[in-house]
Ligand binder design. Structure first.
Ligand code: NAG
Length: 228
């Protein structure tokens, strides 16, 4: 009796899950966060290597950073409200650009900006993910990581990172992160198929392959085996 109840609970959980031919995954993370680093290295990359034909991964390297300075029109009132709520120091103008405060300090903001540039200027999704994985292990090593994944540290990435573009990209990532509903409370924050829920967050964090497989209408052969 107990077993039957458990089986029907599992069936219910499985049938309640939306099914798709491709799983959309948004990963909200930050460059110096150990949980993000471990997730990308031990869950995301191996799962991608097996199931890349069935996954659409979008990375957002902003995490729990806050945008501190702002000198333009559209973004300001919303941030003012947020800062009022969070009791974070309000803006100090900084020319045409932005200052960020990051959970793990200024080096993390730099890392987030570099990764924003890598994400923009690396087209191949596998190379992009490997590049990000390398940067998570070796923060700031834009050139060496580029070489190790077969994507040179092209002038566009360097110029983006050293100029204002990296900050502008990061601000856009911040905009998107701050508009999440429910608001992000952990990184990496995982959103599958456009809708966050707690069960998928933790199943994805600890067993990404099973979460992806569960969401596919027709599970491919790769899903018959456990990862590793
Ligand atoms: C992949 O994700 C991006 C970002 O959410 C989205 O714009 C695009 O339509 C998705 N592609 C597919 C095939 O679902």
């Amino acid at each position: 009796m107990k077993i039957i109840l458990q089986i029907s609970a599992v069936l219910l959980a499985v049938t309640a899950m939306p099914k798709n031919s491709i799983v959309n995954l948004h990963v909200y993370y930050e460059s110096l966060c150990p949980d993000s680093r471990n997730f990308i290295n031990s869950q995301l990359v191996p799962t991608w290597n097996e199931l890349m034909d069935f996954m659409n991964v979008t990375m957002n390297p902003f995490g729990k950073a806050t945008v501190r300075s702002y000198n333009g029109p559209s973004f300001s009132q919303r941030l003012r409200n947020r800062f009022a709520n969070q009791r974070v120091r309000p803006f100090t103008p900084n020319g045409d650009s932005w200052d960020f405060t990051c959970q793990h300090g200024p080096a993390e903001c730099d890392g987030n900006a570099l990764q924003s540039c890598v994400l923009k200027y690396t087209e191949d999704p596998t190379i992009r993910l490997n590049y990000i994985n390398c940067l998570m292990q070796n923060p700031g090593e834009g050139e060496a990581c580029g070489a190790s994944v077969g994507q040179s540290y092209v002038p566009s990435i360097q110029a983006c990172y050293e100029g204002l573009e990296g900050k502008a990209l990061l601000k856009d990532y911040g905009d998107e992160t701050l508009s999440l509903d429910p608001a992000l409370t952990f990184v990496p924050w995982l959103i599958f198929d456009g809708e966050w829920n707690e069960q998928s967050q933790w199943n994805g964090f600890f067993a990404l392959k099973s979460e992806v497989c569960n969401r596919l209408t027709v599970a491919p052969a790769q899903c018959q085996t456990k990862r590793n």
